[in-house]
Design a protein around this ligand. Structure first.
Ligand code: ADP
Ligand code: MG
Length: 419
């Protein structure tokens, strides 16, 4: 069948042609199909059978343009090949944190996956001040396993190079290169920002040579450090949670890149959740401090848990293979030094990418809801400036900062009087 853009009325007939879906849903006579409607790039549908309403699945189709903008922003639909591949790969490494891929039709750019029926987008839960007891532990485990197993620390040199070649995702990487790592740092028509943000603040950032250099270094790292297979868009809108589980969805930006990229994006989004609590809890008439303390603990635990598990995977793999990346004849000191410098390199990259993410979510095209939803421009500008000042500090100090406590201190110290 030639490619066909499906919709809520035509999707049913397509699904009825697939035995695997009939097996999953049971009675296919009467299907409930609804578009979710909050995706940026693609069309996502919830599908269930009226006869078995508790058995549902999710269908995601990529059309040859960006859903949010329409045909004015063309994008090949082959991003869904990248997403299906990454769902398979990450799902095989972390089945407990990745929705199961049930069917993939490359000709229709269509993915059928497990529906997370009792889970909420993490960003929404964080705005509402919900505590998820296993969150940092789960995300740390997901990051350690996915980042380790895509790298030369685990794969043979040949398998790694084949993996780099077969996961090329230039079209979506270009979006990151432009919208995250270039345009927010220049005066560019793609940028959209709060009219109440003092022009002097924006001009100062755009004319700060050290910041421009740091952003260019991060862009270079993103484009050239093919360290591991990344999720590529790991913000809190790509995580679905409940009290028991944590799932990472939407890996269509997956590509080889620096390990610090996924970690940095998550850190930045935890930071905007933290900052915006001052507003959201004030609206609810409650004290933001307890939830901010929990968020700070998540940030610390995320890095601590990630580094412990990553090093454990590394050690176990070296022991099993009787040598590993450094070869068999290394001494314990040089191995320890290499590992420490390796983790510090990931850490400083993570801080640099977190800085880029904070700045692009303030000055660039795409915003984070927890700040963008503050309706009053002047009130929102306070949070915008806090995000910018933290982003700038992380980018500029990424090589000097050695632990997460320093990051948390910077986060707390972004508090400033209203403009
Ligand atoms: P896009 O690539 O267009 O951004 P997403 O993959 O982020 O699309 O999906 C859009 C929305 O659909 C998500 O925010 C979430 O609400 C919902 N969604 C996506 N995948 C699932 C899933 N497996 N189970 C339940 N809901 C999902
Ligand atoms: Mg998405």
């Amino acid at each position: 069948m030639d490619f066909q853009a499906l919709n809520a009325s035509t999707l049913g007939d397509y699904l009825r042609t697939l035995p695997v879906i009939t097996e999953l849903l049971g009675d296919m006579a009467d299907l409930d199909i609804a578009e979710v409607g909050d995706g940026n790039l693609n069309y996502v549908y919830f599908v269930s059978s009226r006869a078995n309403p508790d058995k549902g699945l999710v269908v995601k189709q990529a059309l040859p343009y960006m859903r949010l903008v329409g045909e004015g922003w063309p994008l090949t639909r082959h991003r869904s090949d990248r997403e299906a591949h990454a769902l398979r790969r990450f799902g095989s490494l972390c089945p407990q944190h990745v929705p199961a891929l049930l069917h993939f039709d490359s000709a229709q750019s269509l993915i059928v996956m497990q529906r997370l029926g009792e889970h909420l987008i993490l960003r929404k839960g964080l705005v509402n001040g919900v505590i998820y007891p296993k969150l940092a532990e789960h995300l740390a485990g997901y990051l350690a396993r996915t980042l380790f197993h895509g790298s030369d620390l685990y794969l043979s040199a040949d398998a790694k190079k084949q993996a780099v070649a077969s996961t090329t995702n230039s079209e979506l990487c270009k979006i990151t290169e432009d919208l995250v790592l270039t345009n927010p740092f220049e005066d560019h028509p793609n940028n959209v920002y709060n009219p109440a943000l003092p022009r002097g603040t924006v001009a100062r950032l755009h004319h700060n040579p050290a910041l421009r250099v740091a952003a260019a270094q991060m862009k270079w790292a993103f484009m050239n450090q093919a360290e591991t297979l990344l999720h590529g868009d790991l913000h809190t809108g790509s995580v679905m949670v409940n009290q028991r589980d944590t799932y990472v969805i939407d890996p269509e930006f997956a590509c080889y890149g620096p390990m610090g990229f996924d970690i940095g994006l998550l850190l930045a989004n935890f930071a905007t959740a933290y900052l915006s609590q001052d507003w959201h809890r004030a609206q609810a008439g409650t004290d933001p401090a307890p939830y901010q303390a929990w968020l700070s603990e998540q940030i610390s635990q995320l890095w601590r848990g990630f580094s412990q598990e990553f090093l454990a995977l590394w050690g176990a793999h070296d022991a099993r293979s009787g040598g590993g990346f450094m070869g068999a004849a290394r001494d314990a000191d040089s191995l320890a030094q290499f590992r420490a410098s390796f983790m510090q390199h990931i850490f400083s990259d993570a801080l640099g990418f977190a800085g880029c993410e904070l700045i692009r979510r303030t000055l660039g095209l795409a915003k984070v809801a927890e700040i963008a939803n503050i309706p009053d421009d002047a009130a929102r500008a306070v949070f915008d400036m806090r995000a910018l000042s933290l982003g700038e500090a992380l980018l500029l100090q990424r090589h000097q900062i050695t632990d997460m406590d320093q990051v948390l201190r910077l986060l707390r110290n972004t508090r400033m009087p209203p403009p």
